[in-house]
Design a protein around this ligand. Structure first.
Ligand code: PXP
Length: 242
């Protein structure tokens, strides 16, 4: 089965928020991702609104023609936003205000009752639910138990690993993927965090069960460099006196 790519456009909004301008617009970025063949668009509505704003999620819902995945903390305020905007699915993530990015997976095994209740509310609104978890069998079993439809394995430890740790982390992800595939109710299997052109190939070889990737920072970073020549050419043209 071919693997789907969902592009996370949060960091386009990070650039916008840095200057308080209306550009660059994450909606324009999402449409460019779709034009290039991305299979879905992902955004993380953080509670501190450091990049994506609720208005962005509303506009993306109207414009995105593929799949809209809303990453969010498992809170009442976020469930209200999701049930109003109705993304195709929601990914529940742990969130700490002081972190630079999502540092670890959600402890589904440690909060089964509350996550089962939130999953039920989202299902009631017609929204599928994914759990962003560490590649651990106990978290996969708990995700199945609370009624999740998808899981996304956190690949940050793999992305940050060096030396012998790389094989260790790939083995861990591969084992988790097989655990899901052979479980009583295998969940749609995604992976993400820290993925790049350099490390994605080995991941997909280690875990062929993965059917979807969420990639943000590396693609937005590449876009800045790949697009720089054209941006400068455009500006030079704008400077020409007629
Ligand atoms: N998946 C989830 C659940 C995330 O929280 C993030 C970061 O927002 C990503 C994927 C994308 O990670 P990266 O920006 O490192 O590609």
């Amino acid at each position: 089965m071919s693997v789907k790519l969902h592009v996370n456009v949060d960091h386009v909004a990070t650039l916008r928020q840095a200057r308080g301008t209306s550009y660059p617009d994450p909606v324009d970025a999402a449409l460019a991702c779709e034009a290039a063949g991305a299979h879905g668009i992902t955004v993380h509505q953080r509670e501190d609104r450091r990049h994506i704003q609720p208005h962005d999620v509303e506009r993306l819902r109207v414009k995105v023609k593929t799949i809209l995945n809303l990453e969010m903390a498992a809170t009442d305020a976020m469930v209200e936003l999701a049930t109003r905007v109705k993304p195709d699915f929601v990914t529940l993530v742990p969130e700490k205000r002081e972190e630079r990015t999502t540092e670890g997976g959600l402890d589904v095994a440690g909060q089964r009752a509350s996550l089962a209740a939130i999953t039920k509310r989202l299902h009631h609104a017609g929204i599928s639910v994914s759990m962003f978890i560490d590649p651990e069998p106990a978290q996969i079993d708990a995700s199945i138990e609370v009624g999740a439809d998808h899981i996304e394995l956190h690949t940050g430890d793999y992305a940050n690993a060096t030396g012998d740790r790389v094989t260790h982390e790939l083995d861990r992800i591969g084992a988790a993927a097989r655990h899901n595939a052979t479980s009583s109710r295998p969940l749609h299997l995604a992976a993400g965090h820290g993925l790049s052109v350099a490390n994605v190939g080995a991941l997909l070889e280690a875990a062929p069960e993965i059917v979807e990737l969420n990639v943000g920072h590396a693609i937005v970073s590449d876009a800045v460099i790949v697009g720089m020549e054209e941006a400068v050419r455009r500006f030079l043209r704008a400077m020409e006196r007629t």
